[in-house]
Ligand binder design. Structure first.
Ligand SMILES: [Zn+2]
Length: 429
């Protein structure tokens, strides 16, 4: 009998120790795959991601607060869902690598079937462009029929270059235009569409920069007036009656597709952050807090202007004054150079606690603090008086809003350590 009891106790111990761990790599890899279309607005990528995240909530045991995991809202968004072809002097350019249509750009076609538009190059320097545009007369560019202006925006100071780029985008309200650059692309997504085409092309992709070259452009563009996106939220209940709530958040949307071949995987930004959120959530499911609920929210619409978090802050599912703290996680795939906590300089008591715990756990080499910043989904909650940090990792991975922000480029160097650190920090708030 004693022998059986011993075996039984041994099995109990195994059961107790068999705390589930969330497979963050498998999750991130799926989120970055072509089937998720860059979690944007082409082929319902954001919706596919939302459903996948909800399935993970169910697996972990995060319960829906209402009848579903979803909170829906809508907005307008500019998209490039199909043809995206640029042929420059007979050479095929690759979207995302050699060129981008800016987020606010029109295409060359809004009705299928689309035919390529033919243009001829007219190169000018950024300085010449600035001087001419100041005359406030577009005729001063002396463009002949079918000529397209190609502005060389390179070799200038950051400020001048920004000014040139801004004025080019103003010009694109009326006329198609190409901007030649020699720095990495940082794409985005917009709820505004300009009247005409604004392409950015890498200077290195155009070896021959002379006037009169033939350029064929075929870019199908579609503006979605009322695109529906979904925040995905659920709750891990406290063991005893809850007195307050802690909110774990991360945005899951990214930039989507630029044409049918190119998509932006958004590995670091922010498949990795959602993975971290779920990893921390799993820890609290394994061992819930005594009197504090954990509200888990994967936000949509961040990249287009924090729209998902704005919506939730205006339509809260739990009273905002009962939220003790928000931990918002964005860019969690590296960490070789530590982490930064936005709002660390605002909530100093909590920041010192985080630093102290990191010293003990050695999750990362350094924990830095910043003041307030409207740069992620904590912003609208901070403005409404909810204390919280937005934490991001720092490291060697500089791929940001480009086609190189892939699952394969992530090191996850501090992932497990940070997951443990965040758990401990929250347990001691
Ligand atoms: Zn982000």
């Amino acid at each position: 009998m004693k022998k059986y009891l011993t075996i039984l106790c041994f099995l109990c111990t195994i059961q107790l120790n068999a705390q589930l761990e969330f497979d963050h790599k498998e999750f991130t890899k799926a989120m970055c795959s072509a089937e998720f279309h860059g979690r944007g607005y082409v082929n319902g990528g954001d919706s596919i991601a939302a459903a996948y995240i909800a399935s993970k909530y169910a697996e972990i045991g995060i319960a829906p607060v209402s009848e579903t995991y979803y909170q829906t809202f809508d907005f307008g968004v500019n998209t490039f869902p199909s043809q995206c072809d640029v042929l420059f002097s007979g050479q095929i350019l690759i979207p995302g690598k050699d060129y981008i249509a800016t987020a606010t750009s029109s295409g060359t076609c809004t009705q299928q079937p689309c035919k390529p538009q033919k243009y001829y190059s007219k190169f000018i320097s950024g300085k010449e462009f600035l001087e001419t545009i100041r005359k406030r007369d577009l005729r001063a560019f002396n463009l002949k029929e079918k000529q397209i202006l190609i502005v060389k925006n390179e070799g200038y100071s950051v400020e001048i270059s920004r000014q040139i780029s801004y004025l080019i985008s103003q010009y694109a309200e009326f006329q198609p235009i190409i901007e030649l650059v020699n720095k990495k692309f940082t794409w985005s997504v917009s709820s505004i569409r300009q009247g005409s085409l604004h392409l950015k092309i890498q200077s290195s992709a155009i070896p021959n920069q002379t006037d009169g070259l033939e350029i064929k452009i075929n870019i199908y563009n579609r503006f979605l007036n009322n695109h529906i996106s979904r925040n995905v939220f659920g709750m891990i209940e406290s063991r005893k009656k809850a007195k307050s709530t802690i909110m774990l958040t991360a945005h899951y949307d990214h930039l989507g597709r630029l044409g049918s071949e190119t998509f932006f995987p958004g590995g670091n930004d922010n498949a990795s952050g959602v993975a971290m959120m779920l990893s921390v959530a799993q820890r609290f499911k394994n061992k819930p807090l005594r009197n504090t609920n954990i509200l888990v929210v994967a936000f949509a619409g961040e990249e287009i202007g924090l729209l998902g978090s704005k919506y939730l802050s205006e339509h809260p599912v739990t009273p905002l004054d009962k939220i003790k703290f928000q931990l918002n996680m964005d860019i969690m795939g590296s960490g070789e150079k530590g982490i930064t906590a936005v709002n660390g300089k605002v909530f100093t008591k909590e920041f010192k606690k985080l630093q102290k715990m990191n010293k003990r756990l050695k999750a990362v080499s350094v924990v830095k603090s910043r003041g307030k910043s409207a740069n992620s989904d904590h912003h609208y909650f901070t403005e409404k008086g909810v204390p919280g940090f937005f934490i991001y990792t720092m490291g060697y991975n500089q791929n940001y809003h480009d086609i190189y922000d892939t699952f394969e480029a992530l090191t996850f160097s501090s992932f497990e350590g940070l997951s443990a650190l965040f758990e401990k920090f929250i347990r001691h708030l």
